[in-house]
Design a protein. Sequence first.
Length: 119
Amino acid sequence: QLAESGGGLVQAGGSLRLSCAASGRTFSSYAVGWFRQALGKEREFVAVITWSGGTTHYVDSAKGRFTISRDNAKNTVYLQMNSLKPEDTAVYYCAAGVYSVDEYKYRYWGQGTQVTVSS
């Protein structure tokens, strides 16, 4: 089971840190990804991290602004988002599965957390 938190309303240029907490089972063998879905749009990949190796990958629009990290002791993955833009507004989901940009490679999903960036 995955649970996101940390979403909210922020002005453009601001920062938020999203958390994805795993419970009920170990996710040590899974990669964890962040995806987002804006209103009226398809869900898109944002970032992914291997649970044990720390290898990461980002969508181009997130490079240099977002940082994905993990704390294995807390069974938690984070997405630090800086220099936020109105186009970052979306529901953000974390998911556990195979290291991939393809959402269909992820088996477990959280319920999502809303991020709204005002201009």
